[in-house]
Design a protein around this ligand. Structure first.
Ligand SMILES: C[S@@+](CC[C@H](N)C(=O)[O-])C[C@H]1O[C@@H](n2cnc3c(N)ncnc32)[C@H](O)[C@@H]1O
Length: 340
């Protein structure tokens, strides 16, 4: 199809859609912040009811919901009531891999940081440190509300990758799987649930490990899981047969990543493996979620998404050989590495 064919959106129309992208993310942010999807979980409601329940201005809330209904997030009926659509269901707090916290997080620190993208591109520095005076993970340690939203936001953005990873990689026969930077433990919990003889070792910052305990208990896997708090720039825990890091190395620059990987190299057994779950950037101009996620890495933690050759070089410099890359049904790959 070419641009001259009927019904094909003009470059100006496509550009208009791209330019106004933040309208949508902010509208979704406000709907998530107000908990609208939760208020609609039992059926359609009037705007008067939704405004009273969410502490909003009725006419303005109507305009928000009408706008989002035009995008398929809600549906307005003939009586002016609003209902959830399958898209809107994703913003409920109580659904698997809920994206409500992701929508909240996107509209808060992330939105402010993206507002500084020009500064980041001109200087190569992160916006987060400029705006908040400290790196993101230090900030989260002293901001419990934002930390909880971040943990849940990670499930919102990466949760769907869990099943894809479990389908793509064979975890049979592994004794203990160590998840380094495993966050609230949701990935490890799902892996232990899928493989009943597997044991788990969850490692993250001490404040995060505290929050993970409840999650692992609720998932019914805490008896097979050891929790350890620490700093992966200083050490990695021994005791794993296979080590896993999902979306850890993309948070850091090459020097920082090498430190983390070398600490892992000290504890991965000679017969063991390191699995990195990341999105390997493909060559060419194809659309790829990681190409834009890369800009979030630039603005917020100061890391980057990498190509296969960049991963190979980084791993080699830390004592690992990249043995294979397994694509998954989600927008991530399993990068399997062996110690050399
Ligand atoms: C992008 S999140 C990924 C979380 C999880 N692996 C996932 O895929 O959802 C990065 C994780 O690294 C952890 N982290 C950051 N700095 C750390 C450090 N110095 N030592 C240990 N963990 C750290 C964070 O607390 C967070 O859980």
């Amino acid at each position: 199809m070419t641009a001259s064919q009927p019904n094909y959106p003009s470059p100006q129309a496509v550009m208009m859609r791209l330019l106004t992208g933040y309208w949508m993310s902010q509208a979704l942010h406000v709907a998530a912040q107000l908990g609208i999807a939760d208020l609609l979980k039992d059926g359609p409601q009037t705007v008067a009811h939704l405004a009273a329940a969410s502490g909003s201005h009725e006419r303005s809330l109507y305009r928000l919901l009408r706008g989002l209904a035009g995008e398929g997030v809600f549906a307005e009926d003939e009586q002016g009531r609003f209902a959830l659509t399958p898209l809107g269901e994703c913003l409920r707090s109580d659904v698997p891999n809920s994206q409500r916290s992701l929508a909240i997080m996107n509209g808060e620190e992330h939105y402010r940081c993206w507002g500084e993208l020009l500064y980041c591109v001109q200087t190569g520095k992160t916006a987060f440190d400029k705006l908040y005076g400290q790196p993101i993970f230090d900030y989260l340690a002293s901001h419990p509300r934002q930390a909880r939203i971040f943990d849940e936001g990670m499930v919102g953005v990466h949760g769907a990758e869990t099943k894809a990873m479990l389908d793509a990689y064979d975890f049979q026969g592994i004794g203990t799987l160590a998840d380094i930077g495993g966050g609230n433990g949701s990935l490890l919990a799902a892996t232990l649930q899928r493989h009943p003889s597997l044991r788990g070792l969850l490692f993250d910052r001490p404040d995060v490990i505290e929050r993970a305990k409840g999650y692992l208990q609720a998932a019914g896997v805490e008896s097979r899981c050891t929790l350890k708090g620490g700093n992966f720039f200083e050490t990695a825990p021994s005791g794993g047969d296979v080590y896993l890091m999902r979306h850890i190395i993309h948070d850091w620059n090459d020097e920082q990543s090498r430190t983390i990987l070398r600490n892992c190299r000290k504890v991965v057994p000679s017969t063991g493996k390191l699995l990195m779950i990341e999105s390997v950037i493909p060559p060419g101009n194809e659309p790829c979620f990681a190409k834009m996620l890369d800009l979030t890495m630039l603005t917020i933690p100061g890391g980057m998404e990498r190509t296969e050759s960049e991963y190979r070089a980084l791993l080699a410099s830390a004592g690992f050989h990249l043995s294979r890359i397994l694509p998954t049904a989600a927008h991530v790959d399993v990068i399997e590495c062996v110690p050399v």
